[in-house]
Design a binder for this molecule. Structure first.
Ligand code: FE2
Length: 383
């Protein structure tokens, strides 16, 4: 399963292709990369092996790993300092969504006059950065879920304001990506399930978005099929390289598709994650059927088309039953009470969900009370 693709960016897919990293760096004119990863990964042999591989090929390389699971502005600032101090000429971003987002953020601001926060995703703020000064990035995901390797944005916590800020620049998408399934075999079954369901939620929500973008919709429908056919196998056997490859591809497809927008799963998962510190992918996985049910009147025709493509009965109920069976099979809890301690702040969650940008592209525009109601159904396991 080796392939080279040029859409949405240059992607090399296949087992062992991490070995092409040094050549790829030279091709991009990178001789002195800063490898950005998270603290957990930095302690594993994988990072040392990649570092040794690059050094052996004649690259001068340094590692920056001060990246939290919900990465902060401080993480990016320290990374920028490391980048400037080492006079680096490019970034290798290796890890899950957090490390990839920090790597992309360092590359976008390290050589600019503007600050990271100047590039918050509002209006044409991105024009404050000079595109020619964005450092080249090679991205290597070690999880299959966020699809950040093909995303044009990063989510960074602005500590002083206690909020997640979306940093955006159209040229922020890494110029080169390596999807090597061997980098994901260390992921536990539980995290494989949670991140895989995040990829599914991206594809599903992008598919259901009312925004006119048929190309993205086409990608989403095949992304869902890849998850259906390969997520159970990736969870059952983490060393199944075909399943791992297909899930990496499904994840990249989800993030490509969600240029069409996300929806109520993410509008709720974002504030629930911020308030209760629960895992993003797991939240989407639990919320999925409750949101699909709430959206029924707007999506039942498109759900039937999707179900037909998935070789299920061509109706909404079959799609719903498949989601429920998949969740059960890979160990996702049915109700939100498995993830959050209480429901006391669900009214507040509802208010935050309305303000979340993902709510704009849900097929139905909900009020704060509606969102709180969906979250309460999820909390109590009432479909
Ligand atoms: Fe997500």
């Amino acid at each position: 399963m080796n392939a080279n693709w040029n859409y949405p960016t240059a992607i090399r897919v296949g087992a062992g292709r991490v070995n092409e990293l040094p050549d790829l760096c030279f091709e991009k004119g990178i001789k002195n990369p800063l490898l950005v990863t998270d603290t957990g990964l930095a302690a594993l042999p994988m990072v040392k092996e990649i570092q040794a591989l690059c050094e052996l090929a004649g690259l001068s390389i340094a590692v920056f790993s001060q990246v939290k699971s919900n990465p902060t502005g401080t993480n990016v600032e320290e990374g920028v300092d490391a980048y400037r101090f080492g006079q680096h000429d490019g970034v290798i971003a290796l890890g899950g969504g957090s490390a990839l987002d920090v790597g992309k953020s360092i590359a976008v601001v390290a050589q600019q006059e503007c600050t990271l926060w100047d590039l918050e995703d509002e209006g044409d703020n991105w024009q404050r950065a000079e595109a020619s000064k964005i450092a080249p990035v090679v991205a290597l995901p070690t999880t299959a879920g966020t699809g950040s390797e093909v995303g044009r944005a990063a989510v960074i916590v602005r500590e002083q304001q206690q909020r997640k800020v979306i940093i955006f620049h159209p040229n922020m998408m890494p110029g080169s990506v390596i999807l090597d399934p061997e980098l994901t075999t260390g992921l536990s079954a539980k995290l494989t399930a949670a991140t895989g369901m995040d990829a599914l939620s991206h594809n599903l929500e992008a598919y259901c978005s009312p925004f006119y973008h048929p190309m993205a919709q086409g990608i989403a429908i095949e992304g869902v099929r890849l998850v259906k056919n390969h997520l159970p196998a990736a969870v059952a056997d983490g060393f199944n390289l075909e399943a791992r490859t297909q899930m990496l591809v499904a994840s990249s497809m989800g993030a490509t598709a969600f240029q069409r927008g996300l929806g109520a799963m993410h509008a709720l998962a974002h504030p629930l994650g911020a308030v209760y510190d629960a895992h993003h992918g797991m939240l989407n996985a639990v919320l999925m059927p409750y949101v699909l049910m709430a959206n029924y009147s707007a999506i039942n025709e498109s759900a039937a088309r999707l179900a037909s493509y998935l070789e299920l009965e061509a109706d909404f109920d079959a799609l719903m039953q498949w989601v429920l069976d998949l969740r059960h099979r890979i160990g996702i809890p049915h109700a939100l009470d498995a993830l959050i301690s209480d429901g006391e702040r669900l009214d507040e969650i509802g208010e935050m969900a309305v303000l979340d940008s993902s709510s704009m592209t849900n097929p139905i525009q909900y009020s704060a009370e509606d969102y709180a109601g969906i979250a309460r159904n999820a909390l109590n396991g009432v479909l």
